[in-house]
Write a protein of this length. Sequence first.
Length: 555
Amino acid sequence: MKLFGWVILLVFLTQGAFASLSISAEFDKYNLGEPVLGRISIAPTAGGEAVVKALFNCPQREMLFFAQPVLLEAGRTIEMGVPPVRARDIGSCNLRVSLEDLEGNLIEGASSPAFSVVSELSLTLSLSKSEAKPGETISVTGTAKKLHSTMEKSFVTITYQDIIYQSVLEQDGFSYDLVLGSKPKSGSHQLRVIINDSFGNKGESETGITIASVPTTLKFDMLQKNYAPLEKLRFVVDFFDQAGDRISAVLNTSLIQAKLFSDDVVIFQLPLSSNSYFEHIFSSNTLPGDYALKSRFEALEAEETITILPVAKIVSTISGEMVIIKNDGNVEYNNKTVIYLEKENETIYLEKTISLAVGEEMQVNLSKEVPPGNYEVSVSEKAEPVIPSPETAQQDGQPVLGTGMVVAGEQQQEIFNKEKVLAKSAVGITSDQRSLPKKIAQGVSRITGKVVATTGRLVTSYKFAIVWLLLMAIGGLTFYWRDDISQGWNDVKWNWKRKSNSKQGGNTINPWKPQEKKGAGKQSWETETSETVRVGGEKFGVDEPKEQQWMRRYH
């Protein structure tokens, strides 16, 4: 047998090529795992026995997948198919065929044209809708294909807004219902689908989904909710969608105090841009109370309660001889205001009771309050009263015209420290329009320089002046008629004594009454008795000189 083989080989070598050999693959591209089918063609020029082998050749490896003995006959071509072989490696591959003798010696060899092995799958996606709202469902369907074979069961991965959903592909297709959450981010987003089979093939595709922005949250962002007049209201109207992203829109915003039986108090009502800073300065006469701060967009509304605090406040200006006082607060003002007029170390203190409605003003004509002259005028809100002691008033005080109060030195500084100065100006008063009682009162105050206080309150000027004048009149009349008053009082005492002595039988001569001598027409202090008379605990007798009796009586 060996001899026959060597004979055949010798024939091959002496006669040239033994056979024509070729192999070919069915396609020029395959997916991983797809079967590669090849065909071998042998056209021998001589007969004999040989072995046909087929190999799958790729850059990473070469694999023998077919071997079969054949009986060759000259002139008869042999066509044969090789079993399918699955592509395992990515790259440029081919099929190789060899014809060998029984001893394994190569007789002839050939290779097929190169073909490529790839892992890319063909994937097609479709959505039930490309635009959706939060909470809706989108059906995602797709098909995947290999180049030449049917897809086996594969895994489907769906990624949307960084969330991964899993599904399974069967018979080249898949379907998945994607339920959008209640808070998906709005805008255009990519939906990505990846399919992987067991051989390493991969299909990938993307499509866009647009999520509508649904207004969800409307709220105020502010630092405080209680305000005084002239303070700034600062806020931002935050407007968010379902995912907490800001929405740009124009919002109807208002600040209103609702009234039950009258018109509402509207502070402002205007369109504002969302997410933008806004400020409003309250006027000085903004009424106190609770106000509703509202902002609306379609059916969505935000509301906060703003409280305006009550403020009693006045402002003052000095114009010529007029002091103007205005209620610049937001409630009725009921208090006292002090006007100081300084002139040559003299301070005039005017206290005015103020009762003004919101926005109302009053005027004080200084020419009706003080004498003409040049003054440094200051207007202050009333502080707690300071009643100086009599000692201090006598030492460093000057009479304050119009009140009888002395304010000077440390006491005056104490008042200024406690009071809030509203206005200050130099004023020249040229006319005198004071009433007569006021002139008299201020004149008395200048003369006395006294401080008069009753239960912590200063006595008003004209009342004090009238009382003082009455006291001065009574005192003057008493001094002028002092002799007659004294004699009258002594007569009363003598009459009482005489009645007492008469009951006891005593002398009834009045020792205090001068006696007249007969024919002389003059008074004489001689008595007709030497009896001692006691009146009021004092001893009088006839032996005592009459001049001494006079001196005793009055001194």
